[in-house]
Design a binder for this molecule. Sequence first.
Ligand SMILES: Cc1cc2nc3c(=O)[nH]c(=O)nc-3n(C[C@H](O)[C@H](O)[C@H](O)COP(=O)(O)OP(=O)(O)OC[C@H]3O[C@@H](n4cnc5c(N)ncnc54)[C@H](O)[C@@H]3O)c2cc1C
Length: 394
Amino acid sequence: MDFRFSPEEEAFRQELRVWLKDNVPADWEGTFLEEDDETWRFGRTFVKKLAQKGWAAPSWPREYGGMDASPALQLLYNEEIGYHRAPIGSIVQAVGYIGPSILSFGTEEQKQQHLPPIAAGEIVWCQGFSEPGSGSDLASLQTRAVRDGDDYVINGDKIWTSNAHRSDWCILLARTDPEARKHRGISFFLVDMKTPGINVQPIVNMAGVHSFNQVFFEDVRVPSSALLGQENQGWYIAAMTLDFERSSLVAAGVSMAKRGLDDLVGYCRETRVDGESLLDNPLVRHKLAEIAIETEVGKYMVYRVVSQQARKEPGSTEAAVCKLYNTEIAVRVANAGIQILGLHGQLHGDSKGARLRGSFAKSYLYAIAMVVGGGSSEIQRNIIAMRGLALPRA
Ligand SMILES: Cc1cc2nc3c(=O)[nH]c(=O)nc-3n(C[C@H](O)[C@H](O)[C@H](O)COP(=O)(O)OP(=O)(O)OC[C@H]3O[C@@H](n4cnc5c(N)ncnc54)[C@H](O)[C@@H]3O)c2cc1C
């Protein structure tokens, strides 16, 4: 196997790296979803600059604002974006899996309407899939869309909707045929968040941050042109959207974990406890070595999935292995950081005793979210067992 990138790809990596160093402050701790108003504004400005370079949606076709990038170029891009903790939270869903779903199933009119504004960094999207009673078993969802002339009327509620309070548009799953078997009666809609009858209520997460929401739909009337694909084809489209989501989630995740490891190594190199360098502590050395091995293994799992995608081979089992392993690495890196930094590790960036700008206090609380979002580890294990090992359904 040859894991080298071409000279052109390496040249792009260099150009992107230099640009990221110029545009992401060196002390930027990275914020997953640019939660507060200030980081959100910074993230939006950053995304617009990225879009001006033509770099917001590399793998998309040029005609819709992308770069026609190969899977290898997209991989390298994700590695740099993740490692530099680039603040792309406002477009990460739209670029990573909403746009690709529109590309795969949208009419030409829908593609023209929605894709260029995403690639220009102008429009924010959210994902209205989960409901209070439907998460892992998403197909049991209860939100209804009833056909009324040329419109559909939507009633129901969605939960854990990241960024809904800042979004212009939403992808929404709703039941259009309550008589059909649960996977068969669902449709996929593109909904303007300004439509009357939509009520967004905040949910504050355990890090004290408002990034989730519960979104209520009361007699929300959308035109039939809001349907993506065919009526009742929604589950099929959603399954592909979730595949796109899983691969986009892990793509930058390993390099974020690698960055966490490098920060920890740097900290240990500079820190002495009772006159002894932290790097001389055998427990610390072993922990760092263990994580170094795991991040390297995780990286090659990503390379394997990308090379399957490049050969257009099916690879949902490998993608599930990759999602499971790599999101759990992020948790292990965060745990290691908290252990090595000791009590200082629990302090947030604005505290006097904080270390590494409080980044581990934050990632410790956030890393677990990636294990759950996009399908929990248990669900990935079910996929690996059934599709990969052909075990019977439990
Ligand atoms: C950071 C984050 C962002 C999110 N953003 C969005 C968003 O923007 N839009 C959106 O629609 N949703 C979003 N979600 C919701 C996410 O998709 C769900 O949380 C996830 O699918 C799990 O569903 P649930 O929370 O209802 O848990 P449940 O499905 O109730 O699961 C509870 C526990 O039971 C386990 N479990 C469930 N079923 C099985 C099974 N068959 N076998 C073994 N174990 C099982 C699960 O692994 C989990 O540990 C987000 C979640 C997170 C954490």
